[in-house]
Write a protein that binds this ligand. Structure first.
Ligand code: NAI
Length: 506
């Protein structure tokens, strides 16, 4: 029930990057699609782009030539908006302007029957605000695809205050029928993905600004230890700094300057310089230079003599198996309530959101090294370390030699509280928790959105459950103490989960 049959004709307005992709998705599900743009050249380019993509699929044997021709035939280009009169659903993907979208929808209300569902693909405008000028706002809904629409599975189905739940359900079911992974969310700044993803960029930028490591080293860490498809800097270069910075500013201002969303001065400088990323040839990386950017990796150090595993190591416990299977002479103290490794008198602990120097001082262990979170300590090929200021170089080399003996490549970064992966993952989970707390979406839908919309290796709330809600809470509280900033305050829902010892997913 509540889904559009393939006999229903679809209208798509705006034949740019998104509109053309959405038209392709609807046409490949079997609908006839009227693709409208005020600019006929844009329609020609849009259809050409669809055709180029489809021809590639035919070449790879993923589609027959017959099907390609039939699909293209179902897309009917038009510069006359009146051709959309008999459509059952219109998805708008024009310029991101409240006034222009409002006047377009007012016009559509005149042209179409009252049963036509009106949807917008807006990324940043309020669904409630666009609908405010309509006579029948209950049939208005957000249908937010991700770029490239034919490839990325996520569709955020966004309800405004006036949206009829059955309309949202119809869009949800229809998106599912089109092979997408829809999620429900309500009209709020950034919806799910553009809100929850902010810390992925923001924490990378903070670590860079504080001199944690080079851009390419930080990107390598996020790819190789945290399993993200791209690091934050290469991804920002791909998105374009003008776009990424504008989204950050828009979410920051929409949440009344909540410090959690504070934009980066570093990124503002890139925008001011015109270093917009791939599209301008220069961003964090120089795209006119073929040289592969180098990242930091430690040279081989001596294998240490003795390893004591003191406690179960929590989320890093897979390291114990690696130690047992290595040539290292080890003692396992499984009953200990500690959670640390002692390697030739050097203490090695998982970062807890404080700097290594602070942990060393508080625990009275001068030769202390911290390591970063890894997606999976067994399969991740790289480990990231930082040394307390008071620790000796020999202590650092001992820790490097230890992890190398476990088969890991080692990258050392400066002593930044929470290093890179741990603070990023905890902040992503915190933002996800806050979105759930404010009824923006369910925990399940937030995780689906982050995996299907931006290819995260794991949903942030599932990640928090696996890491331990207590660990996430502790890291955030420690970051808040380290920086003295409200930005790191744990979401009230995370607090509740921490004190009730419950998880986000049952
Ligand atoms: P685009 O600039 O590639 O295409 C917009 C098209 O709309 C142009 O061809 C333009 O001629 C046409 N247009 C503008 N005003 C019009 C009007 N009044 N009537 C008919 N056609 C009109 O833009 P893009 O990137 O496709 O974005 C479109 C919408 O999708 C925006 O609301 C944007 O926020 C949203 N969006 C964009 C994503 C992206 O990654 N580019 C991702 C998800 C949503």
């Amino acid at each position: 029930m509540y889904e559009l049959q393939t006999t229903v004709t679809i209208g798509v307005i705006g034949a740019g990057a998104m509109g053309a992709g959405i038209a392709q998705v609807a046409a490949s599900a079997g609908h006839v699609v009227y693709l409208h743009d005020q600019n006929s050249n844009a329609i020609t380019t849009g259809i050409n782009n669809i055709n180029t993509g489809l021809k590639k699929q035919v070449k790879r044997g993923k589609m027959t030539e017959e099907d390609r021709l039939a699909l293209i035939d179902r897309i009917r280009p038009t510069t006359n908006i009146n051709d959309l009169a008999n459509t059952g659903l219109i998805v708008e993907a024009i310029i991101e302007s409240l006034e222009i979208k409002q006047s377009l929808f007012a016009k559509l209300e005149e042209i179409c029957s009252s049963s036509t569902i009106l949807a917008t693909n807006t990324s940043s405008l309020s669904i409630t605000s666009i609908a405010a000028k309509l006579t029948t706002p209950k049939r208005f809904v957000g249908m937010h695809f991700f770029n490239p629409a034919p490839i990325l599975k996520l569709v955020e189905v966004v309800t405004g205050l006036a949206t009829d739940q059955r309309v949202a359900q119809t869009i949800y079911n229809t998106a599912k029928k089109w092979g997408k992974s829809p999620v429900y969310t309500k009209s709020s700044p950034g919806f799910i993905v553009n809100r929850v993803a902010r810390p992925f960029y923001a924490e990378g930028l903070r670590v860079l600004e504080e001199g944690g490591a080079s851009v390419s080293t930080l990107d390598t860490i996020m790819r190789e230890t945290a399993n993200f498809r791209m690091g934050p800097f290469e991804l920002m270069d791909l998105i374009g700094h003008d776009v990424n910075y504008a989204v950050t500013c828009s979410v920051f201002n929409a949440y009344y300057q909540d410090p959690r969303f504070k934009p980066s001065l570093y990124q503002q400088e890139l925008v001011n310089a015109g270093f917009l990323g791939c599209k301008s040839g220069k961003g964090f990386y120089d795209y006119n230079n073929d040289e592969k950017p180098s990242y930091s990796e430690e040279s081989i150090q001596a294998i240490p003599k003795n390893v004591l595993v003191d406690g179960d190591l929590g989320v890093a416990s897979p390291l114990i198996d690696l130690i047992k299977n290595s040539q290292l002479s080890s003692k396992i103290n499984a009953d200990s309530t500690e959670s640390k490794l002692v390697v030739d008198a050097v203490t090695i602990v998982l970062t807890n959101g404080l700097s290594a120097s602070e942990v060393a001082r508080k625990s009275n262990q001068e030769n202390l090294i911290v390591f970063d979170l890894a997606f999976d300590y067994l399969s991740s090929n790289r480990i990231v370390l930082a040394k307390a200021e008071q620790a000796s170089d020999l202590a650092l080399n001992t820790a490097i030699g230890f992890f190398q003996a476990l088969g890991k490549k080692v990258t050392v970064i400066n002593d930044i509280p929470g290093l890179l992966v741990m603070r990023t993952v905890c902040m992503l989970a915190n933002e996800a928790a806050d979105a759930v707390n404010q009824n923006v979406a369910s925990a399940v839908d937030v995780d689906i959105a982050m995996c299907k919309g931006v290819n995260y290796p794991k949903g942030p709330l599932l990640w928090a459950d696996e890491l331990g809600v207590d660990t996430v809470f502790t890291v955030l509280t420690n970051l808040q103490e380290s920086y003295g900033e409200d930005r790191y305050r744990p979401s009230i829902l995370l607090r509740k989960k921490y004190f009730s010892r419950t998880n986000f997913h049952i």
